[in-house]
Design a protein around this ligand. Structure first.
Ligand SMILES: [Fe+2]
Ligand SMILES: [Fe+2]
Length: 381
């Protein structure tokens, strides 16, 4: 894969390795608990007052704000928390439907997984579910912090108003994932190392639009696709409804990113757009890297070299990971970032196998983004 190219930073500078697909390098970075239970990130982005209080100066943001006010739901009273979840059964159903983690004998030959029986595969499925929901929860807290930051830093009043509604949405999302983990699943994981690096980069950037690009376009765009897959696949009624409600909010959040950045990026120079492209590429790689679920393998004491062997033998799983970019690529295209600065980002996404999504519908046009009323009032299923 391309390393240094003529006019920009190399892969080493952007993501710390030459080869995007270097699985051993990806597995070498594993997330662990912060000993004191906190993680501080310095935020150099200036908070900005505006003295232009004219509501509706940016009509599309104003409309999203008005929709968001009616779309609030209550995590405590609008979801069926009384549903009992048998996690082992859920995992076995997923594995039986070929949607859970279980590799074929020829893929695991010669590795520690070769000796695994039903009990070990079930444990992997359970750990994977605990890990995935934990990452959703940590990512939602990232969104909560980023959106609070946008309230401070974005220069337009309509965007500050809208972002304030999103802060409430994200609080609710942290609440539901945290409660689901505590009451229905069987353990927490620390934040994945690659997701943590990405959130730190987003929060640590001094340019206000980078918060939007990292969070609303990249992280939330991926979350929207991931929630959609799990929502379609799971038979567990509480998780299904919870994800449907969260997705209704996320569609609005991604649309907020697209609508906010569209006009702003139209005014940037090629050099400035190239910095945004590099940031989007770095974010895409970090999100793909996190799907290796390093923390699960470490907990199950599976050697990294065995994970490299097994995952290299089953490239169809990479194709599934690429599917998660289906919501991101059309939005980057709409922002003009695929083709700006000589099409640098188009080339990167072509290498990653994700460029085929460019003509799917962008999220600003999705029904959920413009829906009236809360999912509870709309009886969204
Ligand atoms: Fe969220
Ligand atoms: Fe969100």
């Amino acid at each position: 894969m391309a390393g240094a190219d003529a006019a920009g930073r190399s892969n080493e500078e952007l993501i710390g390795r030459h080869d995007v697909g270097d699985r051993a390098a990806v597995l070498a970075t594993v997330g662990h608990e912060d000993p004191d239970g906190h993680h501080a990130v310095a935020d150099p982005c200036p908070a900005e007052f505006t003295w232009d209080y004219e509501k509706g100066t940016r009509p599309r943001l104003d409309r999203l704000y008005e929709k968001a006010k009616t779309a609030q739901w209550n995590a405590r009273t609008d979801l069926p928390w009384e549903v009992e979840v048998d996690q082992e059964r859920v995992v076995m159903l997923n594995q039986a439907a070929n949607a859970g983690l279980r590799w074929a004998p020829e893929d695991v030959a010669g590795t520690a997984l070769e000796r695994w029986g039903d009990e070990e595969w079930l444990r992997l499925g359970i750990e994977n579910q605990n890990w995935m929901l934990s990452q959703f929860m940590h990512g939602e807290q990232g969104a909560l912090l980023c959106t609070a930051k946008i309230v401070e830093t974005v220069p337009w009043i309509d965007a500050k108003y809208y972002a304030a509604t999103q802060v409430m949405d994200e609080a609710r999302h942290v609440e539901v994932f945290s409660r689901y983990l505590d009451e229905k699943l069987s353990g927490h994981y620390p934040i994945n190392a690659h997701l943590g690096l990405l959130l730190d980069d987003i929060i640590g950037d001094r340019r206000w639009d980078m918060t939007y690009l990292g969070m609303q376009i990249m992280v939330e765009g991926l979350a929207l696709a991931a929630f959609g897959f799990i929502h379609a696949m799971t038979q567990e009624p509480l998780l299904k409804q919870m994800l449907r409600y969260v997705m209704a909010d996320e569609a609005r959040h991604v649309a907020f990113g697209v609508v906010s950045l569209q006009d702003y990026y139209a005014e940037l120079t090629d050099a400035e757009l190239r910095e945004r492209q590099e940031f989007a590429f770095e974010a895409a790689v970090r999100m793909k890297d996190r799907m290796m679920m390093q923390e699960v393998w470490e907990r199950l004491e599976v050697p990294a070299e065995d994970v490299v062997t097994v995952t290299s033998r089953s490239p169809e799983r990479d194709e599934f990971q690429v599917l998660l970019f289906s919501k991101i690529v059309p939005n980057l295209k709409k922002l003009g970032l695929l083709d700006a600065a000589g099409g640098w980002l188009r080339a990167k996404f072509t290498e990653m196998g994700a460029i085929g999504f460019e003509d799917l519908v962008d999220t600003a046009q999705e029904v959920d983004a413009e829906a009236d009323g809360s999912p509870a009032a709309r009886s969204v299923a």
